[in-house]
Design a protein around this ligand. Structure first.
Ligand code: PLP
Length: 406
């Protein structure tokens, strides 16, 4: 008898960003001619930089040449890219990661959603709360999360690590020992980045309890604080307990190009000594045929001197928006967090509005779209996320509109 995967049926409602898109579409249809500004989804708006564009063109030209044409690439990704990653993202930061521990992919969404496949269905998970919804949802699909309680919006078998103003949005160590711990730093949506000591305490905890940390560093390029590590491998012992995921989306604007990677240290094992590297290699080789040669040449260009200078310019541009939002809303009396080591501003909804009430209020009164915090986990209720990924003009206009409501 044909039967769908029953775990998928447990996922509540529709996807957060589809709900938002539906509401915005409905509003626009009813109020034609009104300009709606979106500081909602975390997608970049600046075009790719000249060095990346040239690398893309050159790689396309390679494909037209009988000598330089490329078909299927190597399983892990091209060495020309993996070697640059190992040198720039790890060695220069004092981290011990070799090029053959890097698995090039089409981005951190697929990797952070797929990595759970190499763990047993019986493994328990802990997540920072609120956080990028892919971690919990992909574990729901895998049957690891128990039952869902719509009233509390919690899964019975997930260990939540609440991040609230009381702990300055830094997750406390899990209340119950999990097998797998998801950490995102800088965090989407709170914008909070863990300091070296805070991250080290998670690494120490994982080593002591034989847990694995799945560390999502998609926003690493936005870190400006010296005390905040860019990689979990800056922490002592992390090679024995952590997998790290990275993306070219937010640093280099590759949301439409697609490129990312995952680091799985070769020495990482489960409690019975089975290699996680071997399993991820097997999974990668079986279910993934690589990011294209063209994407990977563009990724390589990110690590040239010009590429590095240009992407620093992109980050600077977006962080100017973060400052505009932070300063504008703070001076209008809003309680605002984040926006310092991350392109996300996390704001307390005024007058005890729920996250979705504030979403409707902003859409209808200011024609500004943000993201309801409750979509990122139970502790996100009563908060709201604005992104710094808009244009300067739209960001200034959106802030003016919100401020005029206060
Ligand atoms: N990880 C986090 C924490 C994110 O917020 C996002 C996108 O918003 C991603 C991963 C997705 O990255 P990619 O575009 O590389 O798939």
């Amino acid at each position: 008898m044909l039967k769908v995967n029953q775990n998928y049926l447990k996922l509540p409602g529709s996807y957060l960003f589809s709900d938002i898109a539906k509401k915005v579409k409905g509003y626009k249809e009813e109020h034609q001619g009104q300009e709606v500004i979106s500081l909602g989804i975390g997608d970049v708006t600046r075009p790719l930089t000249p060095t990346i564009i040239k690398a893309l063109h050159d790689a396309v030209d390679d494909m037209a040449d009988i000598e330089r044409f490329h078909g299927y690439g190597p399983d892990l990704g091209y060495a020309f890219l993996r070697e640059k990653i190992a040198e720039f993202d790890f060695k220069r930061r004092g981290c011990e990661v070799s090029a053959d521990e890097i698995f090039v992919s089409d981005g951190a969404k697929s990797d952070s959603g797929n990595i759970q496949e190499i763990f047993a269905e019986t493994c328990s998970i802990a997540v920072s709360d609120p956080v990028y919804p892919v971690y919990v949802d992909s574990n729901v699909m895998a049957g690891r999360t128990g039952t869902y309680d719509p009233a509390s919006t919690r899964w019975s078998d997930v260990v939540y690590m609440p991040c609230t103003k009381d702990n300055d949005f830094v997750p406390d160590l899990p209340s119950k020992t999990p097998d797998i711990i998801y950490i995102c730093s800088p965090n989407n949506p709170t914008g909070k980045a863990l300091t070296r000591d805070q991250l080290q305490s998670f690494v120490d905890y994982a080593l002591k309890n034989r847990s694995v940390i799945l560390f999502d560093a998609a926003y690493e390029a936005y870190i400006s604080d010296e005390n905040v590590p860019h990689s979990i491998y800056e922490c002592e012992g992390a090679r024995d307990c952590a997998i790290e995921m990275r993306s070219f989306s937010k640093n280099a604007g590759f949301t439409g190009v697609r490129l990312g990677y995952t680091v799985v240290p070769k020495n990482l094992c489960d409690a019975e000594g089975n290699s996680l590297y071997a399993l991820w290699s097997r999974r990668h080789g079986t279910k993934f045929n690589g990011a294209s040669y063209i994407q990977q040449r563009a990724g390589e260009a990110v690590y040239t001197t010009e590429g590095q200078r240009e992407i620093a310019g992109l980050v600077f541009y977006y962080m100017e928006n973060a400052r505009t939002i932070r300063n504008g809303l703070t001076s209008a009396g809003f309680t605002v967090y984040g926006g310092v080591n991350a392109p996300y501003i996390w704001l307390k909804t005024p007058d005890n509005m729920s996250s979705w009430e504030f979403f409707d209020y902003l859409l209808h009164k200011a024609q500004v779209v943000g993201t309801p915090g409750s979509g990122f986990g139970p502790s996100g209720e009563g908060y709201f996320r604005l992104t710094a990924f808009g244009s300067h003009k739209n960001t200034r206009n959106a802030v003016e509109r919100i401020v005029s409501l206060a």
